[in-house]
Design a protein around this ligand. Structure first.
Ligand code: SR1
Ligand code: MG
Length: 407
């Protein structure tokens, strides 16, 4: 019989005590369940006297956000732990350390990031993070390069990709991002005040064609080990440090998907800012920072990726003049298209973002949704012909100006 059972607070404490060398045997430990995500239990166990703490994350056998009617494989806990270990090895400053774990219990024990803020909350409160673009660009470039055929032994990569077959979590993405928003799906979730806009998505054949092409890439292009769910709720920040968590959607997929996720979440916050900013000056300042950061994310990624390629590329044919430029152009187009899909799903699909949904004023909330949809559609439709990240900035500004004028 399987040892699996969802942990109580006492179970979490007992498990924490079994981690060698962390807590003293006689430590008086406290425990709280702090999980606010869609899928898992998260416990913080602390020894207040010694000021030591750790996190235990446990997968539930179903999607918490929906309930037991949506079963999910517990193997995602192993996948998350193995992805975290690889990402920590590649980017020790940017990923929490893993202290232990158990496949059968579906638990991972890791470094506690108390003192950090969830980036989504920070952005909603109007904070800016000057080193974020550099950090996330370096994380994405390093983790993607060194898990791809460009930067790792190509036979080992094939074996490694077999450890990241993640059908249940990929299916969530395939459905919630690449299908449901484009039909009258049971899981869709949108307010009546945007029904007309949501229904337009169901009938826009030009949009469907681009989404079908992006969906095909997600289904078939095993370029690198992705984080797979790199939204601002998976990123912890301080003024000068960034930590990336939660890679349970990790699998071998197209590189642009991770970059697109970061861009999408910055754009969602951009679209929401009229609902959060208390004056025009503040609005302009915050939106300018968000757009500059989007450009910075791409530029840091690109520069870092090119440096790694030139210095540590293992594939002789990849040194062919012109190939690197074409490769990065493809990644940029993919990133823009995926970003668009990710914006759209957060407005009409199952799982939303607080940036938009918690805006107090109803009119501003609606405006944020319409702006986001406008940006999302433009990115999806324009991604394939885009040649620079600055096109994204122009589209975002145009969508914001259009909706601003309509208010
Ligand atoms: C049913 S899970 C909904 C969403 O939560 C996760 O964070 C992923 O973004 C997923 O699509
Ligand atoms: Mg998550």
């Amino acid at each position: 019989m399987s040892a699996y059972h969802p942990f109580s607070l006492e179970d979490a404490i007992a498990y924490a005590r079994s981690i060698p060398g962390f807590f003293a045997a006689d430590a008086a430990l406290t425990c709280e369940e702090i999980g606010d995500g869609n899928l898992n239990l998260v416990f913080r166990i602390a020894d207040p006297k010694q000021k030591k703490s750790l996190i235990i994350k446990q997968a539930l056998p179903y999607a918490k956000v929906v309930g037991e009617s949506w079963p999910l494989s517990l193997d995602r806990a192993r996948i998350e732990r193995e992805a975290l270990i690889i990402q920590h090895q590649l980017c020790p400053e940017l990923v929490p350390a893993v202290y232990g774990g158990d496949d059968e219990l579906a638990v991972t024990v890791m470094e506690d990031l108390s003192g950090y803020t969830i980036m989504r909350q920070g952005l909603i409160q109007g904070s800016t993070y000057e080193r974020f673009a550099e950090h996330i660009g370096s994380f994405i470039a390093t983790t993607l390069f060194y898990t791809s055929d460009l930067g790792m032994n190509q036979q080992e990569k094939k074996l490694q990709s077999s450890r990241f077959i993640n059908p249940d979590l990929c299916k969530i993405t395939e459905d919630l991002i690449f299908e449901d928003p484009y039909r009258d799906a049971e899981n869709n979730n949108f307010t009546e005040d945007i029904r007309e806009e949501a229904e337009k998505l169901w009938h826009d054949q030009a949009l469907h064609l681009e989404v079908a092409l992006l969906r095909e890439k997600f289904l078939t292009h095993g370029e690198a080990l992705l984080h797979g769910d790199l939204h601002t709720g998976s990123i912890f920040v301080t003024a000068d440090s960034t930590k990336i968590i939660d890679p349970e959607f990790a699998y071998y997929g197209p590189m642009g998907f991770d970059i697109g996720a970061v861009i999408a979440n910055l754009l969602l916050n951009y679209a929401a800012q009229p609902g959060w900013s208390s004056s025009n000056d503040i609005l302009e300042e915050r939106q300018a920072w968000l757009l500059t950061t989007i450009v910075g994310v791409w530029n840091h990624f690109e520069q870092h990726f090119r440096r790694l390629w030139d210095a540590n590329g293992i594939d002789m044919m990849s040194k062919t003049p012109g190939y690197q430029d074409l490769y990065l152009k493809k990644v940029l187009k993919d990133a823009i298209g995926f970003a668009g899909c990710k914006v759209i799903r957060r407005i009409v699909g199952l799982s939303h973002v607080a940036d938009v949904d918690t805006i107090a004023d109803e009119r501003s909330r609606r405006q944020a949704k319409i702006t986001a949809l406008e940006i999302g559609k433009q990115l999806v439709k324009g991604g394939r012909s885009a040649s620079s990240i600055t096109e994204v900035i122009a589209w975002a500004k145009a969508a914001a100006a259009k909706e601003g004028a309509n208010v």
